[in-house]
Design a protein around this ligand. Structure first.
Ligand code: GDP
Length: 138
């Protein structure tokens, strides 16, 4: 069993599709073992996306991520890092497969509804960024 961090970004929360996204996880036998709704500060967003700090879109991305509440979750399941990335679809929703979350709901390459860890090391870092052991059940 593997764990990954999922975020419903501010655009997803504003579009009222928290339930829709969670349903896709549950329909695919993915368990939610921690969840909370929070609003990031700019510093917290910059820390989370530190690997992207040299990218031209870093400032825009971190502003967007602080623009409203987000829902952060730890997902658990077999091969869940890759499974979640498959359900999310490609970063650019125009390249994402039909039926993926981003293809169905993204606005543009930045406002793409969801985040998901891309590897076991990033999942570990990202889970620890948002949750402590007492907040994780299951
Ligand atoms: P992900 O793993 O699919 O989320 O993609 P990345 O790690 O490459 O990028 C992180 C996030 O930055 C993406 O989910 C988008 O919200 C945003 N992003 C990626 N590429 C671009 C871009 O070219 N322009 C802008 N404005 N945002 C981008």
């Amino acid at each position: 069993m593997e764990r990954t961090l999922s975020i419903i970004k501010p655009d997803g929360v504003k579009k009222n599709i928290i339930g829709e996204i969670i349903k896709r996880f549950e329909d695919n036998n993915i368990k939610i073992i921690a969840m909370k709704k929070i609003q990031l500060t700019k510093t917290q967003a910059q820390g989370f996306y530190a690997v992207h700090k040299e990218r031209p879109f870093f400032d825009s991305l971190t502003s967007f991520m602080t623009s409203g509440p987000i829902v952060v979750m730890i997902l658990k399941g077999e091969n869940v890092i890759a499974e979640n990335r498959k359900l999310m679809g490609a970063t650019n929703f125009k390249e994402a497969e039909q039926g993926t979350i981003r293809r169905d709901f993204a606005t543009d390459i930045e406002k793409n509804v969801v985040h998901g860890s891309d590897a076991p090391e990033t999942a570990l870092f990202e889970i620890g960024y948002f949750f402590n052991a007492m907040e994780i059940v299951g």
